[in-house]
Design a protein around this ligand. Structure first.
Ligand SMILES: Nc1ncnc2c1ncn2[C@@H]1O[C@H](COP(=O)(O)OP(=O)(O)OP(=O)(O)O)[C@@H](O)[C@H]1O
Ligand SMILES: [Mg+2]
Length: 342
């Protein structure tokens, strides 16, 4: 607790009477890259706004660098922000947008020039230094917003879906660039996304939120391989999750009698763990889609819907075909104590 660089303690956040985050506790180490992950509306942006000082908590504390900053104004917290809306100055060029904060700091002109050039170069916008935001694409504006924060060399950088408007290729490049920057500068970064692949690729630790509550905190490895709840398992790609009672699985349409290696809780399989073509169970193909290396199947069964995947080179089973499949016990993830959470 005490050597945390950013510490959120019993933080309660509300809009008027509506409590969005009831009680959040989170410690972040200096230089850590944290991904805040969760479905739309779970309170990610709200949490970031509180850390940044853009909203006052109902109760609880925010410590940054060992100092209680719960009531410190936003501009005194040493925090950089890149938000969903870029909030660029429309009347200023890209260069001047990035220079703005440095000019406020009364930095020598020559240093401003070199820092801005370096910042624009980092995000691949050197060639657009004289453009105004309205003359740039959404992705370019997003990168400009990132450059503007980086040049201020904040102690903590908060990024709220900073890559959401970029195409797949640029997104990968920027992801790598962000990670490199973070390692090189040692800035503590909190990065909001609702893309699990992005969180897995980038973060030192992932904080998974649901309805304003932290479901699980851990390394990408831990969340991917050891999800602690049905919600976490579902979020990390275990799309086939069934309750289990007395070693039978209970689906939405009925139960399946079989001897699974568990007696209660849930069993979960990734689609890639279920192959179509052989096995003790049967179902009808409702959908089939090509996904590069794999072919994905949606199968209707007597106990509910199954998502399976075969290597793309395997024979194709068309819609309407009755197929056999297996739910291998050895590749099931067992969630013992999660009751009926959704
Ligand atoms: N200014 C506001 N006034 C009232 N309610 C708000 C306000 N801003 C957000 N909310 C509500 O608070 C909840 C959390 O919102 P928040 O913006 O933190 O979600 P989020 O996790 O960032 O979602 P997204 O992934 O869609 O950006 C939502 O139910 C939202 O409707
Ligand atoms: Mg948000």
């Amino acid at each position: 607790m005490s050597n945390a660089f950013v510490s959120l303690q019993k933080l309660s956040l509300a809009y008027g009477q509506t409590v969005v985050v009831p009680e959040l506790n989170l410690d972040i180490r200096e230089g850590e890259l944290i991904a805040l992950l969760g479905p739309s509306g779970c309170g990610k942006t709200t949490t970031m706004r509180a850390i940044a000082g853009l909203m006052t908590p109902q109760s609880g504390k925010i410590h940054i660098g060992g100092v209680d900053m719960t009531h410190t104004p936003a501009n005194k917290r040493g925090i950089g922000l890149v938000f969903q809306s870029y909030a660029l100055f429309p009347h200023l060029t890209a260069f001047e947008n990035v220079a703005f904060g440095l000019r406020l700091k009364k930095m020598p002109v020559s240093e401003i020039k070199s820092r801005v050039e370096e910042g624009l170069n980092t995000v691949g916008l050197s060639h657009l230094a004289d453009r105004k935001p309205a003359e740039m694409s959404g992705g370019q504006q997003q990168r400009l917003s990132l450059a503007r924060s980086l040049v201020m060399e904040p102690k903590v950088l908060l990024l709220d879906e900073p890559l959401s408007n970029l195409d797949a290729r640029l997104r990968l490049d920027m992801r790598t660039e962000l990670q490199r920057l973070q390692r090189a500068t040692g800035i503590t970064m909190i990065f909001v996304t609702h893309d699990q692949a992005e969180a897995l690729a980038l973060a030192d630790r992932i904080v998974l939120m649901k309805d304003g509550v932290i479901e699980q905190v851990g390394t990408p490895d831990e969340l991917y391989n050891n999800p602690a709840s049905k919600f976490a398992a579902d979020f990390f790609g275990f799309e086939n999750i069934f309750a289990i009672k007395g070693s039978n699985i209970i689906g939405s349409n009925g139960s399946l009698t079989a001897n699974f290696d568990a007696e209660n809780g849930h069993l979960a399989w990734r689609p890639s763990a279920i192959s179509v073509g052989s096995g003790p169970f049967q179902g009808t193909v409702m959908g089939v889609s090509f996904a590069g290396e794999q072919r994905e199947y949606v199968i209707k069964t007597d106990f509910g819907q199954i998502k399976a995947a075969n290597p793309a080179a395997d024979p194709v089973y068309e819609i309407g075909t009755l197929v056999a499949f297996d739910l291998p016990s050895k590749s099931a993830w067992h969630l013992p104590n999660v009751g009926n959470d959704s």
